[in-house]
Design a protein. Structure first.
Lengths: 197, 532, 377
């Protein structure tokens, strides 16, 4: 190793810079991960991606705006290979903002084994998502259906009276996934590897 | 390669010999040479992949590759060109030139420099091995595009995705170490009197680029780490089933990706800012506004990332914010272009190969800048997004921008590196064939995109046939023209050209590097020069 | 078209560019909706502003290149600073940007019109086809179907040569999305697997289909006609082969189409209850196989080594019927093999499984009836 005469500084100055820059590097690596909760906060504030908030308690005083009527459509999607049947019991309802409304979705497990599913809600337009509150929903917890079992799963929601005036139709969507890491997910994955051989 | 420089052995004292000289090198010139050759080799590999792609797209129908392989080729082409060609070439130029430009004897952290380089062959060896294995029928290479959007790259990624993740980690560490080294060199090793506002623009652009690297390469490392844990350790960052969000991937990726775009262009701005004054025989116009413009571009690059994601369904307020912020980038970029033009204005111009490439850079990069401005206009972007218009745009900024800047830099500095003038006739052939064919290659892609051809497709319907054929012809001419460049570089390095370079090399050149003899001695500025 | 003809065409393009340009589309088309026309308007405006700036900047550069040459005896001036100039070319571009931003903002805000739609249609992206579901909202119709490319042979090198490279090449689907004209239609876009993007240039609508999330857009098409588009987001091997075709019909024609679809559904339900002959199953199975299965498993049943398994002589297609049926119904997680239970009716499933078990020398002799499928669901 050849040693070159250093210019106007020695190794200490380099060390200081390395320490500073490494701190930035580690900080930015952490920042990448911090983007995850930041993004979720950002979504819940702006309704980005139609993400809805968590469960809220039914308010003691309801502030119903009977002058307006909003059509709420329901759609159901099964993610790849989810071997269930899944659809809304009603296609749409008309509601007044502020009024709690109860509807339900139907699901049936078409296989011979128990499957744990997780439903992911989404609201369109995204802007309406922040005004869409659920007091009861099958999406808050995982849903287990035994072989051949069927179920009507309730949702109770309230649309905030503050929802912008130009929103008069919105859509509540659920997509059912096999719960990652659950037995069914593992057995299906195992099954597939087995079949490939 | 080693023979090349050993020819000058008699000029200099104690230069290590044999393979060990390269494996254990801590010399900024040797490491710079290795970076440049690595980048050059990768350029031909990535270019060969591009030619297979263009051959497949020459006419409708599938002639050469299956769609699965096509996606692997586009992915590897993108990754190799971005991380294996443009970035290492810039680091190579930085290694060679920054110490010589600021009057330093070497980089501040020579041993780390060695390691930064030697990580790269490992990283790319792994990546290319996945393609070789795929060609041998063992699984698939990464096939999700260089942007590797989840869930295509996570839940649906091939087994080689783990190779890819490891490879990205290695190149990330390499870039971060390279950037730390450059910052430490610039901050600590300047010759007496070399104040920040006296540094050559190339040094300035690299200084700012290095900070960008430090800031965003860790974010890239973060995003691939999240992919890794999603794939193997049960997390759900990007998997909706577990409460994650695939769109989050795009936000984190582009938070890295957009500054990355400027990492790939700022050093070229620096090279052009060295070359234009030399061949205009005139000082750079607006030195300080050049520096401030570079810094503003770097700052703005952090707040525009979501302009890559207008079709994901963002709220209007978000679309407007990212559109306005992106439009602002046009202002400092415009300042740079105007400054270059003003530097040429009322100069005493001559048109050697480096200047030809620099002028082509200004023209063609500006065209890429214009299409960039068009792309940021949200309603129009809904039509442009993910079409060949985008492909045309980023090839104008990366090929005729970044790569032309690098070629200009190589022609400009190779006499200093080797002590020999390159062959000017071959250089002109290389330039004219390149500049014509590159436009035949990429200009029709604007039309294809506007006519509705999506990117990343192995086959297309008949209305796109004509311009695809034109582009493919341009691609082959451009690709093979680069062999002239390779030949010229080898010829110059081996000293087979007739003219020996003087230490000044270019009549109008100014700066410390031109005070050194050509070739620059193995150890230069062992006693610091005094800058007035 | 052969390569030779194309090269000849190119030469003619270069020689007689004015005439031969007719077949070469150079610019975006205005399209038929307010979205696409807005996009076209702002595209045109920004493009011409860029051209104008380009003429000025490149003009100055060319002037300098021509006149300020050393070979012409030009002597370099000391012109390297001018605060006034530098301020001017910071402020003037900024003002030009404002001129662009104002119409861009207006057009974008016009696109965000969330008022009453007449009809909602759900669009779901699959690897590699689209599902159109009319069973949404107040005007829900019990119609849902998949839209597949009509030429699955085009997807593979070995079979591509046999596909006619005509005007329909890679742009035609078996079932089009049918919409009424002059109605505001709300599109709800999502995905079953990876991210896709539904795009029809003539509508100016390009929206990502994201698994787990729902996106929306609107169209109001004034003219009946066929409108074509593509998937615009890389979604795996056959990303290039999932065209979008929309047929806009007048209201009367649209209603007639709805009625005909319902009749088809009724007939399908009836066929699911009858017992089919083997010939009928094989004939129907061959059709279903060609549109749904051949893209991966190949028309020859040979699959693609290391990518898509062969069915010809495979353990699944010649082994126990129950296992074969189970895989077709429920798919194989982590592979491209989808669950077809939700995608096809009993009769089509029975037919295609029967076909797979008896075609290409898989002479198992097995027959699967719609009732068997129903029982296995």
């Amino acid at each position: 190793m050849s040693v070159h005469p250093k210019q106007n500084t020695g190794g200490d100055a380099n060390k200081k810079i390395i320490v500073w820059l490494m701190a930035i590097v580690i900080g930015m690596f952490g920042f990448g991960f911090a983007l995850v909760p930041l993004y979720n906060v950002f979504c819940s504030v702006t309704g980005l991606n139609g993400k809805t908030g968590g469960q809220i308690a039914l308010p003691a005083v309801l502030n119903v705006d009977t002058s307006r009527e909003i059509t709420v459509e329901f759609v159901a999607t099964l993610n790849e290979n989810m071997p269930w049947s899944f659809y809304p019991d009603v296609r749409s309802v008309k509601v007044h903002p502020g009024e709690p409304t109860r509807i339900s979705f139907y699901a049936k497990n078409n296989t011979n084994e128990k499957i744990i599913g997780q439903a992911i809600p989404s609201v369109a337009p995204g802007l309406a998502a922040t005004y869409f509150h659920k007091t009861e929903c099958f999406c808050f917890t995982e849903q287990t259906l035994q072989a051949g079992e069927e179920k009507h799963m309730p949702v109770v929601f309230i649309i905030d009276s503050d929802i912008p005036k130009d929103v008069n139709v919105l859509t509540l969507s659920y997509t059912f996934f096999i719960k990652p890491g659950s037995e069914a997910a593992v057995s299906l994955a195992h099954n597939s590897k087995h079949q490939e051989l | 390669m080693s023979a090349v420089i050993e020819e000058h052995h008699d000029h200099h004292d104690h230069k290590p010999t044999g393979i060990g000289r390269w494996l254990f090198s801590t010399n900024h010139k040797d490491i710079g040479t290795m970076y440049l050759w690595f980048s050059f080799i990768m350029f031909f590999i990535g270019g060969a992949l591009a030619l297979v792609i263009r051959a497949e797209l020459f006419e409708p129908g599938l002639q050469f590759v299956e769609p699965e392989l096509f996606n692997q080729l586009t992915t590897l082409h993108g990754l190799i060109m971005v991380f294996g060609v443009i970035m290492p070439a810039f680091v190579g130029l930085a290694n060679w030139m920054i110490p010589m430009m600021i009057g330093a004897p070497d980089m501040a952290l020579p041993r780390m420099n060695n390691w930064s380089f030697w990580l790269l062959p490992g990283a790319f060896g792994l990546l290319i091995a996945s393609l070789v294995m795929s060609l041998m029928g063992m699984g698939s290479a990464p096939n999700f595009g260089w942007t590797f959007y989840a869930p295509l790259s996570t839940t649906y990624g091939p087994a080689s995705t783990d190779y890819f993740i490891f490879s990205v980690h290695m190149m990330g560490i390499s870039s971060i170490m390279g950037a730390i080294n450059i910052i430490a060199t610039i901050m600590n090793m300047r010759a007496p009197g070399m104040t920040y506002m006296k540094m050559p623009i190339f040094v300035w652009t690299w200084f700012i680029t290095a900070y960008l690297l430090i800031a965003v390469m860790p974010v890239l490392a973060g995003v691939v780490t999240m992919m890794l844990t999603d794939r193997h350790f049960g997390t759900s960052f990007f998997n909706a089933a577990g409460g994650g969000d695939p769109v989050l991937f795009q936000h984190v990726f582009w938070f890295f990706g957009h500054p990355e775009v400027y990492i790939m262009i700022l050093p070229s701005f620096g090279i052009i800012s060295q070359i234009v004054p030399t061949f205009a025989r005139k000082k750079i116009f607006g030195y300080s506004s050049m520096v401030y413009a570079t810094a503003s571009i770097a700052f703005l690059s952090f707040i525009v990332w979501a302009h890559h994601m207008f079709t994901t369904g963002m709220p209007v307020a978000g679309e407007l914010f990212f559109m306005y912020a992106t439009m602002l980038i046009a202002v400092p970029t415009g300042v740079k272009v105007f400054n270059w033009v003003s530097t040429m204005w009322r100069g005493s111009l001559s048109f050697e190969t480096p200047m030809l490439f620099a002028i082509a850079f200004i023209f063609l990069f500006t065209i890429g800048g214009f299409t960039g401005l068009m792309l940021c206009i949200v309603p129009a972007d809904f039509q442009y997004h993910d079409t060949y218009f985008v492909v045309a745009h980023f090839h104008y900024v990366l090929v005729t921008g970044a790569a032309f800047g690098i070629m200009a830099g190589v022609y400009y500095w190779i006499p200093k590196w080797t002590g020999n003038m390159y062959d000017e006739t071959l250089g002109k052939w290389h330039f004219w064939l390149s500049v014509i064919s590159v436009n035949v290659l990429f200009f029709p892609m604007h039309f294809l995109g506007l006519a509705g051809m999506p990117r990343r497709i192995p086959d297309y319907s008949l209305q796109f046939a004509e311009f695809n054929a034109v582009a493919s012809i341009g691609a082959f001419v451009f690709g093979f023209t680069q062999l002239i460049f390779l030949y010229n570089v080898i010829k110059t390095a081996r000293g087979k050209t007739s003219v020996k370079a003087t230490s000044q090399v270019w009549e109008g050149a100014e700066g410390l590097e031109w005070t050194l003899p050509s070739p620059a001695p193995f150890h230069s500025f062992t006693t610091p020069p005094q800058v007035k | 078209m052969s390569a030779a003809i194309r090269v000849a065409g190119l030469i003619s393009l270069l020689l007689f560019s004015a005439q031969s340009m007719a077949g070469y589309q150079l610019n975006m088309k205005p399209g038929v909706t307010s979205f696409s026309q807005g996009a076209y308007e702002i595209h045109t405006m920004v493009m011409w502003i860029c051209v104008a700036i380009g003429v000025v900047v490149f003009g100055a550069m060319l002037y300098s290149i021509i006149n300020h040459r050393k070979s012409k005896g030009a002597v370099a001036s000391d012109f390297h600073e001018s605060t006034a100039l530098e301020l001017a070319w910071t402020i003037v571009p900024f003002l030009i940007l404002i001129v662009m931003a104002i119409p861009a903002t207006r057009i974008l805000l016009d696109m965000e019109d969330v008022s009453n739609p007449d009809l909602s249609i759900k669009i779901t992206g699959y690897q590699w086809k689209w599902n159109y579901d009319y069973n949404v909202g107040e005007n829900a119709q019990d119609i849902s179907f998949f839209s597949n490319i009509t030429t699955p042979d085009a997807l593979h090198k070995s079979t591509n040569g046999g596909v006619a490279k005509d005007k329909d090449y890679l742009i035609e689907v078996d079932k089009k999305l049918v919409i009424p004209t002059n109605k505001k239609i709300r599109l709800l876009i999502t995905s079953n697997d990876v991210i896709h993007a539904w795009w029809v240039p003539a509508f100016g609508v390009k929206k990502d289909a994201i698994p787990g999330f729902i996106n929306e857009s609107w169209i109001n098409v004034p003219e009946p006609g066929i409108y074509r588009g593509k998937c615009a987001e890389l979604c795996g091997a056959n990303h290039g082969f999932m065209p979008v075709v929309v047929e806009a019909k007048s209201e009367a024609d649209y209603n007639a189409w709805i009625a005909s679809q319902k009749a088809v559904a009724t007939a399908a339900a009836a066929s699911a209850n009858k017992t089919w002959t083997k010939e009928d199953l094989m004939a129907q199975g061959e059709k279903v196989y060609a549109t749904t299965c051949a893209a991966c498993h190949q028309a020859s049943g040979a699959g693609i080594p290391n990518v898509f398994p062969a069915l010809k002589g495979s353990a699944i297609a010649t082994g126990p019927v129950a296992k074969h049926l189970n895989i077709v119904l429920h798919g194989v997680t982590g592979t491209a093999m989808q669950a077809f239970a939700g995608q096809m009716n009993d009769a089509d499933l029975a037919a295609v499984i029967t076909y797979e078990r008896n075609a290409w020398g898989n002479n198992t002799g097995d027959m699967v009836q719609p009732s068997d499928v129903k029982a296995a669901r």
